[in-house]
Design a protein. Structure first.
Length: 612
């Protein structure tokens, strides 16, 4: 692609919105910026398209939205049957341009002859997944960039089962989009024209009501008395996002009356002015919620991200202070609670199954095994969990009970096929109310899990690179790790799993890889996982949405201190290997200098007290 020719075409387009034109004028002569914006197209990652908003083919703007929407419409038309009339359900969150992008997507699809059902108000990601199924739509789109900074937005496509499209499906959409030579020449309809043709509809508000009611019916436990719910005090923050209305409605419908919203973060705001990042994984994001909870002496703090598909929590301990829990810990707690309650209520199916990702703690595996419930690992990305739910629903082999990932995403009921913070906030409230009725906190319940199954600790750290070739640099780092195994002091390596090569190799007593290869059944993905004799492991992968290397550290030990030491050893091993200019266990392939910046870690905050 000739980036400068494409840049000039955009600059000379007479109908280009003035803000985009001024952007292009400001980068005249900046070859690196022009190449970054016009030398490549946005690509589908772990959760659809995601990128900075602005002018260019490698940016989110009305033209790249139209291009992708036209391709998605063609993909739907190729399905034949009633796909075009069933249409596409579209939703959007609080980010800048989200509603505009959603409307542009709908009008583009209408121009292609596919009905568009666009939400009349901002909505959470799980509501779009629900709407696809509820409206019997052929596909869905959520306009969101999840927890990314304010300058980002995204485009997440769904199939008719309400699950995010898998890579082979998004590859077909990408191929169709590449057939579009000129994004400025795509046919468009006005809203009036599209509505007159019956091809553009604002979704009925009843869909929201039905989504909330379905979530309450699916998640609320009959064995928990209403008085226990009334005694629970909750502080909730939507972090300026889309969760405010549906989360509060679900909690109220279920019987939770003592719910307080953080006032500074209640209203939607795409600038996210009260946080550095609207990411519930980060301690700072829940700071105002914890402050509010301390004033009220609330039992639990919940915070959802901008599109309300993920949730983070903090729990009040016996001393009145609030402790954050990780996604791994909340997932294991939810699993133990849900399986335990369903067993007590006589509702635990013998063919039940739970899902987690390959970079999620093995504590969940131990919990599932204690109930004789099958657990299946998937690749990172909730689309794989959603896909497996649909697969087993069709075969009847397994009944879905829970899906979760370490990055604070959970799904309680298959009425949705993506992670769902609306369901999860209610499930966490049910769990907290249940333990409170026994005089316990979630910290007590977590300690009980450790006493039953051993101590576990997980941590994620990452490094982000800049520039047009940042993704390529990250891939090179992973390739170096593929060829040069991190040496972790004090841990015995027993196997290496390479998900790009779809192979698992055992490691012998002398540290040598076995010549025999076990084939991995999961789809190919650029993930490396190192497994150790004590049950600890570490994994590395490039981010699917940002130019970032992610390293997952997971320790299993006899005590919290034992886990801490193992996590630190793994961290140092990865840092040393990534920063090595010339690996000490392998001759370098060339003598060129390594100009890569040293890795800078961004660890998650320490979570919980010493015992957790």
């Amino acid at each position: 692609m000739d980036a400068h020719r494409e840049y000039q075409k955009w600059l000379e387009y007479p109908h280009l919105p003035e803000p985009l034109r001024q952007e292009l004028i400001s980068i005249q002569g900046n070859n690196e910026e022009i190449e970054d914006r016009f030398g490549q197209h946005l690509h589908f990652g772990t959760a659809g398209l995601r990128g900075v908003m602005g002018a260019g083919l490698n940016r989110l703007n009305i033209y790249t939205i139209r291009k992708t929407s036209w391709a998605l419409a063609q993909y739907v038309l190729k399905q034949g049957g009633d796909a075009a009339s069933n249409g596409i359900a579209i939703g959007y969150d609080c980010r800048h341009m989200s509603k505009d992008f959603a409307k542009e997507a709908g009008l583009t699809m209408a121009a292609a002859g596919v009905q568009a059902h666009v939400s009349p108000y901002l909505c959470p990601t799980p509501e779009v997944s629900f709407s696809v199924r509820h409206l019997h739509a052929a596909a869905g789109v959520m306009v969101t960039a999840s927890h990314n900074p304010p300058e980002y937005n995204g485009y997440k496509p769904y199939g008719p089962d309400g699950c995010q499209l898998l890579p082979d499906e998004t590859a077909k959409i990408r191929e169709l989009s590449q057939e579009i030579d000129d994004v400025f020449q795509l046919p468009m309809l006005t809203e009036q024209e599209a509505q007159q043709r019956g091809l553009f509809h604002w979704t009925e508000p009843q869909v929201r009501t039905q989504f909330v009611q379905a979530a309450v019916e699916a998640v609320k436990f009959p064995s928990i008395p209403d008085q226990h719910r009334r005694r629970l005090s909750i502080v909730y923050t939507p972090l300026h996002g889309a969760g405010n209305v549906p989360v509060r409605e679900a909690l109220k419908e279920a019987g939770y009356d003592d719910v307080h919203v953080v006032p500074e973060q209640e209203e939607p705001n795409g600038d996210f002015p009260t946080v550095k990042s609207p990411n519930p994984e980060e301690h700072e994001a829940l700071k105002l919620g914890i402050r509010t909870a301390a004033e009220l002496q609330a039992d639990v703090v919940m915070g959802t991200d901008p599109d309300s598909d993920r949730v983070g929590i903090a729990v009040r301990d016996a001393h009145g202070t609030y402790q954050l829990l990780t996604g791994n810990q909340v997932g294991a707690l939810l699993m133990d609670f849900i399986l335990g309650r369903k067993k007590a209520e006589g509702r635990l199916p013998a063919n039940g199954i739970v899902f987690k990702t390959i970079v999620t703690s093995e504590l969940g595996h131990a919990v599932a095994a204690s109930y004789n419930i099958a657990l299946e690992n998937t690749l990172t990305g909730f689309k794989y969990i959603g896909h497996n739910i649909t697969k087993y629903e069709r075969t009847g082999e397994h009944a879905f009970l829970l899906g979760y990932e370490e990055s604070y995403g959970y799904l309680i009921s298959p009425i949705v096929r993506d992670k769902d913070a609306v369901q999860t906030c209610l499930a966490i409230a049910e769990m907290t109310a249940f333990y409170k009725s026994q005089g316990k906190t979630l910290l007590d319940a977590l300690q009980n899990l450790f006493e039953r199954f051993g101590y576990y600790k997980e941590e994620l750290f990452s490094t982000t690179l800049q520039g047009a070739d940042a993704h390529e640099k990250i891939e090179a780092i992973v390739e170096n790790l593929r060829e040069n195994t991190p040496q972790v002091q004090g841990l015995k390596l027993t196997a290496i799993e390479d998900y790009l090569k779809s192979e698992r190799r055992q490691v012998d007593e002398n540290g040598n890889l076995s010549s025999s290869v076990e084939h991995l059944k999961l789809p190919k993905s650029d993930v490396l996982k190192y497994l150790y004799a004590d049950g600890s492991w570490l994994a590395v992968r490039p981010s699917g949405t940002e130019p970032k290397l992610k390293a997952y550290l997971a320790a299993r030990g006899k005590s919290p201190q034992d886990c801490d030491a193992k996590v630190e050893s793994m961290r140092q091993a990865v840092i040393q290997r990534v920063n090595d200019k010339e690996p000490k266990d392998k001759e370098p392939k060339d003598k060129e200098p390594n100009n890569r910046e040293p890795i800078r870690t961004a660890p998650r905050p320490t979570v919980g007290s010493a015992r957790t």
